[in-house]
Design a protein around this ligand. Sequence first.
Ligand code: KE4
Length: 432
Amino acid sequence: MVATSFKTLKSQEIFANAQRLMPGGVSSPVRAFKSVGGQPIVVDRVKGAYLWDVDGNQYIDYVGTWGPAICGHAHPEVIKALHDALDKGTSFGAPCLLENILAEMVIDAVPSIEMVRFVNSGTEACMAVLRLMRAFTKRDKVIKFEGCYHGHADMFLVKAGSGVATLGLPDSPGVPEATTRNTLTAPFNDLEAVKVLFDENPEQIAGVILEPVVGNAGFISPDAGFLEGLRELTRDHGSLLVFDEVMTGFRIAYGGAQEKFNVTPDLTTLGKVIGGGLPVGAYGGRKDIMGLVAPAGPMYQAGTLSGNPLAMTAGIKTLELLRQPGTYETLDRLTKKLTLGLLDIAKATGHGVFGGQISAMFGLFFTHEPVHNYEDAKKSDLAKFSRFHRGMLERGIYLAPSQFEAGFTSLAHTDEDMDRTLAAASEVMVNL
Ligand code: KE4
């Protein structure tokens, strides 16, 4: 028995008060555990691969604050760098050397990025990149994929993944039809459907935006040739290809999914890892496109805290840690051990299961069928996933509280953590 005394009285009290103060008691919907049931735990502190709740329970954390904690939470070198930076102030609202340093690291790392603009979140990055796609091509329509999530801006809340899918929302009220009229959707991994959209909307499509490895419908890998096919289609139709690498950037590889799959988009969005846990987003790409962004060009986008010295500091240190030799081999080995172990245990205990991992990103579905797109994902056994999530939580394993999310490992996770996680899974899956 994986020992745990799972008492959460303080969490329950704090969360009850939170629900009086904030909608759903949270600052972001997926944290509310709505789709997996039960009360969320209230986190007191994090360190390395672990988090502790306010009742003192310790968990092995596979959410990693949704991706940024890829070096482990509160990495000592990141914390020290922040302490040193704090003495110089928290925000300048003016150019600072740290922006140059992080920009240079991003440009050196990401194949598509010749020039970059920092913002404060992945949502902001995706909003800006959509405006840029339209400004550059002078076309209004954009193709996204069902189940992909590109932040909560109006024009992306069409068949979106992540929290929208988690809550089973038909998309959101408050979004005018006029705003989403130009957002076309296709199933992920379906090149034919994209071809039809291009044929039906000749010379009207500004571009295609996607998560090159989907994390917001659960973990879904691109089929062989899918990314290459999109690169060819967009080029043939004078449209732009945009990889939303807010989640995959610096996680799938140091150069992101575009390095891993050797497909270079025209524009890329980033977030999460490049802020090392502080609020950052970024968009970047070809110089001839980025040259349109104000004040260099006419396309307007701005932000009070964009490029602030603390976020830049955390991002710089995080990327310095990631670019050490062997980083991604370690992440891949550990995550493969975990994922293959979970799949083996599920099969050995009689469950249909489909899942996989790429580098430090993984996921599984309880289903007897393969999962290539969001429709497939929705057919999986969501109730069984909820029971799995709860059983693991009670054994000190903190998984993303939704089937429509991905799992994340870090450089702080160890073989012992994986062994403990698999031992917990063996217990939970027997009686799932
Ligand atoms: P943010 O605005 O949350 O920083 O980034 C939006 C975003 C854009 N693109 C991709 C591929 C993303 O995964 C995200 C945000 N990811 C979710 C988790 N799936 C953030 C967690 C949350 O919404 O609380």
